[in-house]
Design a binder for this molecule. Structure first.
Ligand code: NAD
Ligand code: FE2
Length: 432
């Protein structure tokens, strides 16, 4: 049966037209219900949208213990645990190995994954998995071990080099089962279809976006996050805030991702400062674990924007921490975006607690940008990318690479090359 013509059902509208057609909720507030496929987004497609997440996720205190019966039910024989040497050295990985030992599940440990994992680290993991006849993978740590584990699981099933899979949906076979046990809050990598691997030859962070990279089981137990030092809590929390904001203003957002993004913003605005100031505050850790998962639910389907497209280049060039790069770039890129979608900053401001801005777009933009900078300052995030080691003479190369990053495609407005260079310059000179 042929569908009736789409324009008979609804009309595509631009951001400007939307302003005239704005809907109000019962309290008279602007609703963002009109923010979704073919509403608000001028460039939306005509094939609907897809929502991605793992089939099963375990959240909250005790989730690690709860995961064991799920792991057993997978019916696999031997795990390759992918983690980093620090987590093994400080004894954190014991939390995992003890529950596996109790359950009689065999494993070998690959702890060669470093922050911003590389092609060589992935290849070493593939070799170890094959040499030890493992048939599934358990990642333990933050975004780096999860991404490294995704790449290992995918290559073991699909063959070739991880470089062959840069881009969208390049794999053809399901990866080996992957159980992702998260220890930061965070990247969302334990539940996303994204995988970021550094090509150490080109100094580029490759973005692989592939639904087959979605972990089989995501585990977020806040007890594993209590040990995070202040700096790591701050950086990873700002990464989660960036995911939520970029997903909210993304051209691929829809009411489902909006709900996830806005609640993540609300939780992070309240609980990130508390988690940084007192790492033993279990409520703050629990709420941040949920917030980073919600932010993951948002960007996994709505994708990201130019903060990530540019942050990946700083990470690839200077090996800077991902969350810190995002935190520093966030005010600069959102100021640029606010010229094009100021109306979207109203709900962000409200989610941050600034309900007094009412429906004033200009005020909403102002308080959102100011509160991101204030938060960075309070959390001890560096002021600018100069402090991260960035050099002015690299800006052209960084901009060229940022423009090739898949994450930038859903930014609310596509910047020119000159504008991207200017954004790097603004981030270089920024003071809070
Ligand atoms: N795949 C995705 O969806 C996605 C999204 C965003 C970022 N990323 C990637 O994730 C990586 C960053 O991950 P991250 O920020 O979670 O950090 P990370 O995994 O790189 O870890 C950073 C450091 O923190 C330590 N650490 C981790 N958990 C700890 C804990 N509970 N207590 C004490 N120390 C702990 C690690 O040992 C490591 O030294 C980057 O490579 C980034 O590009 C991926
Ligand atoms: Fe991120």
């Amino acid at each position: 049966m042929a569908y009736p013509s789409m324009d008979k059902i609804y009309q595509k509208s631009s951001s400007a037209e939307y302003e005239m057609e704005v809907e109000k909720d019962l309290a008279g507030h602007t609703t963002q219900g009109a923010h979704g496929v073919n509403y608000h987004h001028a460039a939306a497609g005509d094939q609907g949208s897809t929502f991605f997440m793992p089939c099963k996720s375990l959240l909250g205190e005790g989730a690690l213990v709860g995961a064991v019966s799920q792991v057993k039910a997978l019916g696999q024989k031997k795990a390759l645990i992918v983690t980093d040497a620090v987590l093994v050295k400080v004894g954190a990985a014991k939390a995992l190995t003890e529950v596996l030992d109790d359950a009689g599940i065999g494993y070998v440990i690959y702890d060669g994954c470093l922050p911003n994992p590389t092609v060589a680290q992935v290849d070493a993991g593939v070799k170890m998995l094959k040499d030890n006849n493992c048939d599934f993978v358990v990642s333990f740590g933050g975004g780096s071990p999860h991404d490294c584990a995704k790449a290992i699981s995918m290559l073991c099933a699909n063959g070739g080099s991880i470089k062959d899979y840069e881009g969208v949906d390049k794999s053809t076979k399901p990866m080996l089962p992957l159980v992702a046990v998260n220890t930061t809050a965070g990247t969302g990598a334990e539940m996303t279809r994204f995988c970021i691997i550094t090509d150490e030859v080109r100094h580029v962070k490759m973005a692989l976006v592939d639904w087959r990279l979605t972990p089989t089981l995501a585990v977020n137990d806040p007890k594993l996050m209590v040990g995070m030092p202040k700096g790591l809590t701050a950086a990873t929390g700002m990464d989660a805030l960036t995911h939520a904001i970029e997903a909210y203003v993304s051209t691929a957002s829809n009411p489902i991702t909006d709900a996830s993004a806005l609640h993540a913003i609300k939780l992070i605005a309240t609980y990130l400062p508390q988690a940084v100031e007192n790492g033993k505050n279990m409520k703050a850790r629990d709420m941040m674990a949920s917030a980073e998962f919600l932010a993951g639910m948002a960007f996994n389907s709505a994708s990201l924007g130019y903060v990530h497209a540019m942050a990946h280049q700083l990470g690839g060039f200077y090996n800077a921490a991902h969350g810190v790069c995002n935190a520093v770039l966030l005010p600069v890129v959102q100021k640029y975006n606010s010229q094009y979608v100021p109306e979207l900053f109203i709900d962000i401001a409200h989610a941050m607690g600034f309900t007094e801005v009412g429906q004033d777009k200009a005020k909403a933009v102002e308080v959102v940008l100011k509160s991101i900078k204030d938060l960075n300052k309070r959390l001890g995030i560096p002021q600018n990318i100069k402090e991260l080691g960035a050099k002015v003479e690299d800006f052209e190369k960084l901009a060229d690479n940022a423009m090739k990053d898949a994450c930038g495609l859903t930014n609310p407005h596509q910047p020119t090359r000159e504008e991207v260079i200017e954004l790097f310059r603004l981030a270089y000179e920024q003071q809070y």
